[in-house]
Design a protein around this ligand. Structure first.
Ligand SMILES: Nc1nc2c(c(=O)[nH]1)N[C@H]1C(S)=C(S)[C@@H](COP(=O)(O)OP(=O)(O)OC[C@H]3O[C@@H](n4cnc5c(=O)[nH]c(N)nc54)[C@H](O)[C@@H]3O)O[C@H]1N2
Ligand SMILES: Nc1nc2c(c(=O)[nH]1)N[C@H]1C(S)=C(S)[C@@H](COP(=O)(O)OP(=O)(O)OC[C@H]3O[C@@H](n4cnc5c(=O)[nH]c(N)nc54)[C@H](O)[C@@H]3O)O[C@H]1N2
Ligand code: SF4
Ligand SMILES: [Mo]
Length: 695
């Protein structure tokens, strides 16, 4: 049978690597990374390679469903698309009529494919678009905004040309982005040094030249000491600092007490090693990257850790530098026109955001783009500043992504409509009133996406397979909803029309994507920092941010030592593993076979105190929730914490493989969504302690 090659985009995680599928007779023959994409080298990670197993899996939503029993009871009525869409459209219209368009909330998973559903929400007239990010990287985003006036994605990480990369709270070789991994390994081959700072010996620690194990939650002390070293020993880039850093003297005075001896006592890292790190970085500058972190919704001071990481980069002159954090280019930077956005078809809704972001006291410094969804949930419960009655969770599983499922369900009680748009079962889908099943990425095409970077590009996901079940592409779902609701602007005949709409200013047509799935727009271009770079009032990197201060957040925040675990308890920490994406791949037959459950990393000494042997079943408990999983007894984790991979402990009957395997870290954080960072907006998920006992 004839083999066809289709350019697609991997959808097994948020990275969305460009890929190529070889298909024959509506079956996948082979999946690989797009060989034309720079840095991908034709590769996918293990999860990407399991894409065909996702298609083959029957244990995913196969048709639209409307709830028949109580929420979460699992009683469903199979519906046709016409019926399901009419139901959702009817409810949205009814709720809009009764409570105003602003009572409709939509959250998603961020990224380059959001234009259609954002446009739909805006067309309805609601300002309440949110994403998942207060459970992920909001602290990094707000750290960047507070210093540079631009967001975290306005600089890239130029691993390939780097000479020293510091990975702090960043397990790059297991929390994978294929291009980043390839680029960093290339740099390592060319002699770049890697320093890993973690609470446990990860794969990244194993590959690093230097591994610093810190006491959990003390990274800020370490970073302040590095800043102290750079400034007090004149190791910093004086020309860059003089030109681009505002309030350097205030920074100097602030870090004066935080020397390496202070940090050693806090972190457990010897003072001499901290000093040596500062020297090594200064020697490699400006081609250095001190990673500000990604999943940083962890501690009460994670925002300060991210800020201090960026400050270190600034002091080393790596902001805007080749091999450091170069400024990313949008199409305009390389003299090209960008894609036309559907979201711009509609006027800005008149109402203020329900999460208070951008206008409420204490919240004016936050990024209004995706807001803070956790605060929108507060509004659902309180009805303040106004009620939210309908919620569309698009490609988002908040019940697993935020602490304490039962707490969140309670907070959602006043919702009159909860819709989940998803390709897999999830706790949120199971709890919804309507499930609109999205075709997995190999079975759908997507809108053209724009990728900013040193070399910006456009890329497209083509449909590799026809859907096995009665599922639809996301653009189709919202187009169809728009059609039912009479939103003419979004009533496109087909995806080709959407693509043509997007490309109208660019001089390109979809045929230009035929050869490689992408269109490069120019570059590599390393733009020097200039007076237009920093979007702050002073045009410089501001150590003291007036917006933060006005919201009652101290820019140069004193270090506060993290609480030691209460007697007999340990701090819960969590993260990723190479074989799974969050919670939604655990039931993937191929990935499940390779890693069916998570284990609890526990330090040898702490295990001995409790009589726990390696491999033994243990109970991990916080309050009324207890999970069971096997212990991994190891020297390779700090004694104050236990670690588990996030995403396990599934309970849904429709996931026969994943159900009952391992334990859910998110349940070990009772009421945890209420503890969020007033500076960075992230939920503080590692401020919880658990007891561990043998079973
Ligand atoms: N306790 C605890 N909580 C955490 C974390 C943790 O480590 N511990 N991690 C946090 C982090 S870093 C994040 S980003 C969030 C993630 O949490 P979410 O933002 O909820 O992300 P996913 O688990 O990726 O869920 C996305 C859902 O959308 C569905 N989906 C639909 N279409 C697609 C598609 O095209 N691709 C993909 N990938 N999914 C699709 C998936 O089936 C899945 O059910 O959770 C955060 N919450
Ligand atoms: N395979 C895989 N790759 C992924 C994902 C996935 O689900 N699976 N998800 C993607 C997403 S959404 C994200 S956000 C990124 C996340 O990418 P990362 O943030 O790099 O990944 P994590 O594993 O969440 O956390 C990194 C490390 O922080 C460590 N850590 C915990 N507490 C502390 C501490 O107090 N101090 C220090 N220094 N370290 C600490 C953990 O031990 C862990 O090794 O990964 C992305 N890539
Ligand atoms: S990192 Fe892996 S799972 Fe994520 S998009 Fe790339 S290949 Fe897919
Ligand atoms: Mo994330």
């Amino acid at each position: 049978m004839k083999h066809t090659k289709v350019y697609s985009v991997c959808g097994m995680c948020t990275v969305r690597c460009p890929m190529m599928a070889t298909v024959s007779g509506n079956k996948v023959v082979h999946l690989q990374g797009n060989p034309h994409a720079s840095g991908i080298k034709g590769a996918l990670c293990a999860r990407g390679a399991a894409g065909a197993a996702l298609i083959a899996d029957d244990e995913r939503p196969q048709f639209p469903m409307i709830r028949a029993g109580e929420r979460g009871e699992g009683k469903w009525r199979k519906a046709s698309w016409d019926e399901a869409l009419a139901y959702v459209a009817g409810e949205l219209s009814r709720i809009k009529e009764a409570h105003g368009a602003r009572s409709i909330l939509l959250s998603d998973r961020g990224g380059p494919f959001r234009d259609m559903h954002r446009a739909f929400l805006k067309a309805l007239g609601s300002p309440n678009y949110c994403n998942h990010d207060s459970a992920c990287a909001r602290n990094v985003q707000h750290a960047a905004l507070s210093l540079f006036g631009f967001g975290r994605k306005d600089v890239a990480y130029d691993y390939k040309n780097s000479r020293h990369v510091v990975l702090q709270t960043r397990n790059i070789f297991e929390a994978i982005n294929v291009k980043e991994v390839n680029d960093l390994l290339d740099a390592k081959d060319a002699g770049a040094k890697i320093t890993c700072i973690d609470v446990r010996t990860t794969v990244t620690a194993a590959k690093a030249d230097t591994f610093l194990m810190v006491r959990p939650g003390t990274d800020y002390a370490l970073n302040l000491a590095v800043i102290h070293e750079l400034l007090s020993r004149d190791l910093y880039d004086k020309a860059f600092a003089a030109a681009w850093i505002k309030d350097l003297d205030a920074l100097k005075a602030f870090v004066a007490p935080y020397d390496t001896h202070f940090a050693a006592a806090e972190t457990g890292v010897p003072a001499s090693r901290i000093a040596a790190l500062a020297d090594a970085l200064a020697a490699a500058a400006p081609a250095v990257i001190w990673h500000p972190g990604w999943m940083t919704a962890r501690y009460g001071d994670s925002f300060n850790v991210c800020r201090s990481a960026y400050v270190i980069n600034a002091l080393l002159g790596s902001i805007g530098a080749k091999g450091g954090l170069p400024l990313v280019n949008k199409p305009a930077h390389v003299g090209k026109k960008g894609l036309k956005n559907l979201v711009d078809l509609f006027p800005k809704p008149g109402d203020k955001r329900v999460d208070g972001v951008g206008w409420m006291e204490g919240r004016t410094h936050f990024d209004t783009g995706p807001g803070l969804v956790n605060l929108a949930y507060e509004a659902i419960e309180s009805g303040e500043p106004y009620p939210i009655r309908a919620y569309i969770a698009h490609r988002h599983d908040p019940l697993m992504a935020f602490p304490d499922t039962a707490d969140l369900k309670r907070r959602w009680a006043k919702l009159e409509l909860l819709v989940s748009v998803t390709f897999s079962w999830s706790d949120t889908a199971w709890f919804s009133d309507v499930v609109l099943p999205m075709s997995p990425y190999l079975e759908r095409e997507s809108m053209i996406a724009s990728k900013s970077g040193v070399s910006p590009s456009f890329f497209v996901r083509r449909r590799a397979l026809e859907p096995r079940f009665d599922t639809r592409a996301d653009w189709e779902i919202y187009r169809d909803l728009a059609r039912v609701m009479g939103i003419k602007e979004l009533d496109f005949a087909g995806v080709e029309d959407i693509w043509a709409y997007q490309l109208q200013d660019t001089g390109l047509s979809i045929a230009d994507f035929e050869a490689t799935g992408m269109v490069g727009l120019g570059g590599p271009l390393y733009r020097p920092v200039d007076e237009k770079t920093f979007k702050t009032a002073s045009g410089k990197i501001e150590m003291i941010n007036p917006k933060l201060e006005a919201d009652g957040v101290v820019s140069l925040a004193p270090y506060v030592s993290p609480a030691a675990p209460p007697e007999g308890a340990l701090r819960v920490s969590f993260g990723r593993v190479g074989l799974h994406t969050q919670g939604h791949t655990v039931n993937n037959p191929l990935l499940f076979a390779q890693m069916p459950e998570n284990v609890l990393w526990i330090n040898v000494a702490e295990a001995a105190k409790r009589g726990i042997a390696d491999g033994a079943l243990v109970e991990v408990r916080n309050g009324s929730f207890a999970g069971r999983l096997k212990a991994k007894v190891t020297e390779g984790i700090h004694p104050e914490t236990v670690f588990m991979v996030h995403g396990f402990g599934h309970t849904l009957p429709v996931e026969s493989r994943a159900r009952g395997r391992g334990a859910a870290d998110n349940e070990l954080m009772p009421g945890g969504i209420a503890n969020w960072d007033k500076g960075g907006g992230g939920v503080c998920m590692q401020e919880h302690f658990v007891t561990v006992t043998p079973v």
